[in-house]
Design a protein around this ligand. Sequence first.
Ligand SMILES: [Zn+2]
Length: 304
Amino acid sequence: MKHIVLISLMSLFLQAFEYNLVPKKVAEDTYCFFGKLENISKENGGNMVNTCFVHTKEGFVVIDSGPTYDYASQAYEKMQQIAKLPVKYVITTHDHDDHWLGNSFYKSKGALLIGPKTYEQNVVAGMETRMQRVLGKELYGKTSIVKLDTIVDDNLTLKAGDKVFMISQPVKAAHTKGDLIVFLKGQKVLFVGDLVFSGRITSLRDGSLVGSLEALDMIDAYGAKVIVGGHGYETDATVTEHFRSYLQEMKKEVQYALDEDVGMEDITKKVTMPQYKNMKLYDVLHARNVLDAYKELEMIEDEE
Ligand SMILES: [Zn+2]
């Protein structure tokens, strides 16, 4: 009997993916878990995203809940080692599933979920997510889709314990058509979701190149000391510069090609930007970004 109990307990443990999350302090009372600079895979359990949490007197505020229920549950255990406090609010920066599939865990713990309008529009109960397809049933585990409690239309000021969070959508379309940024006023920490990438290539497929550049100017205007993006390890204020140069270079080269009447079929061969070749996910995402940039800039030209 003892053996049976032990074996079934062991199989329970085996089922949950071990994320080995280590919180890194980025500012006073502010911590992040940094994910890998790669695509979603069974080997990483979807942990290729950055999520953060802020310790307030009232409880924790989480910014992006990560790729699965188990990820969120393990993140929560790490928070409890810092303080035995509930998670009061979870803010979702945008509707890409690597950032919010932990919401179902926090909902079960009584947290209030806050996010953009696009979440309500695009996240439908029962739909199969990209994460689910790649991870499979076992790793996906108890992950499910839950609704938000509060939608941020334009901006929202959230007071939690001793901290003030200013949540806003800087532009109509940048990484997606609903990107929220969260400014932790006292600490001068700005959580920017996927409006800033470091060390790897971004994806423009759901957003806008021009909007992404505008968003970077607005981010810089906050004068934040710490800027945490959705992917990548750099968190100092210069992180926007590096990301901006990738986007600006692409805009310049694609615009030049358009002026030279380069056709859509040749554009990805023309704008290779080899100086970015050793960035992670260049092979997967760069050509597609160039194509999206081409379509966008061509459309702007047609409108003018
Ligand atoms: Zn992302």
